[in-house]
Design a protein around this ligand. Sequence first.
Ligand SMILES: Nc1ncnc2c1ncn2[C@@H]1O[C@H](COP(=O)(O)OP(=O)(O)OP(=O)(O)O)[C@@H](O)[C@H]1O
Ligand SMILES: [Mg+2]
Length: 459
Amino acid sequence: MSRDKTLYTCSECGGTTPKWLGRCPHCQAWNTLTETLAEAGAARNRYSQAGALALNAAQPVTPLSAIEAQEVARTESGLAELDRVLGGGIVEGGVVLIGGDPGIGKSTLLLQALDALQRKGLPTLYVTGEESGAQVALRSRRLGLDHSQVQVLAETQLEKILATTEAVQPAVAVIDSIQTVFSDQLTSAPGSVAQVRECAAHLTRAAKATGIAMVLVGHVTKEGALAGPRVLEHMVDTVLYFEGDTHSNFRLVRAIKNRFGAVNEIGVFAMTERGLKGVSNPSAIFLSQHSEPVPGSCVLVTLEGTRPLLVEIQALVDGGGPNPRRLSVGLERDRLAMLLAVLHRHAGVACADQDVFVNAVGGVRISEPAADLAVMLAIASSLRSRALPKGFIAFGEVGLAGEVRPAPRGQERLREAAKLGFTVAVVPKANAPRQPIAGLEIHAVERIEQALDAVRALA
Ligand SMILES: Nc1ncnc2c1ncn2[C@@H]1O[C@H](COP(=O)(O)OP(=O)(O)OP(=O)(O)O)[C@@H](O)[C@H]1O
Ligand SMILES: [Mg+2]
């Protein structure tokens, strides 16, 4: 491939230059030019496109109602938890991007899924760029997939991968990982923004053109976001994150974006010696088993997608000094600072000179504000060294004015807690059920001070 097909495109304005420059000559933005491929014959420059408009004939248009709405064709992978996050199964021609920490189990999950599909009679292809065929084979033996008929290709060059996919015609192809794939039509190194974007675009186009479902494995950055250009997430149909604490067995697959289903749906797996096993009833796995209540622990009913989950929130308030630390695992640290300020201002609970540590048990990551109340009650409990009552749960968002705001789908949360044997709940007033829930004593509160009073009266 000759160099003259290489263009540099500005990520701000989309303008192109044939040479790399520090500053975009069109919009004057700095460091926005990245290498892209000029399509043979197609003018990429937006000005020439505008000029070409006059040459093109007008195209017929169709009213929306006259277009037939086709249901997408889905195939269940056989891993029920994975199907749940995908919105019911793998979609024909759909492109899924799955990211996660190193060693979390991405390759394991996808190999298991491909094998299950292959067993159903669907042809599958596993393209490995990170490991050799032998390594993949070793994993498959460990997973008990000795007679697996999944086709394996150890290759990193895009053009060869595309040619092979065309020849093999799988129903589902996994590319493990997109960061290792490179096109020899670009000069930049594999894994660079330009390569990742270009290769993903080609694979996506191939998926749409052939109806092959593609799953791209993506690396994540140190901060936990998918590595490579953000545009990658826009390009694909579904973005999944594989998360969990590598020290615990539980793994969550979370949908961040899904053109074919609900987002924030989660699939729960347990990592075992023989691979990932779906956990169909996960609501209580994030509780640590204390025989008696301990100070600094409060159970939260959180909502993950359509599922209520019970998660233990632990807080430790201790020691400190002139520069006290605020650390949180699985919860947002900025939010923690805000909640401490609200506790101080509105409830007189002062931790200003103390270290505060907060942890969501089991490596689960909680982003919903409905966790506020449980976090604050756990902090107050640790500070006072007084345990919350046995069988206690809480949820609710707390505002800067100290008000306790309702959480979505409160009834479902309460019912799940009652089902798992919890007996006392402190919840936002608007979430209090009209009819009592059997076995659950509910204290409805409007302000954080009321919540603390309710807890004190219970102890
Ligand atoms: N013999 C074993 N017994 C139990 N679990 C194992 C065994 N070998 C590997 N594992 C688990 O499998 C995980 C590796 O899974 P996998 O290779 O699928 O991860 P990955 O997300 O693809 O990693 P990478 O980012 O390196 O590609 C290990 O972290 C470990 O938890
Ligand atoms: Mg891997």
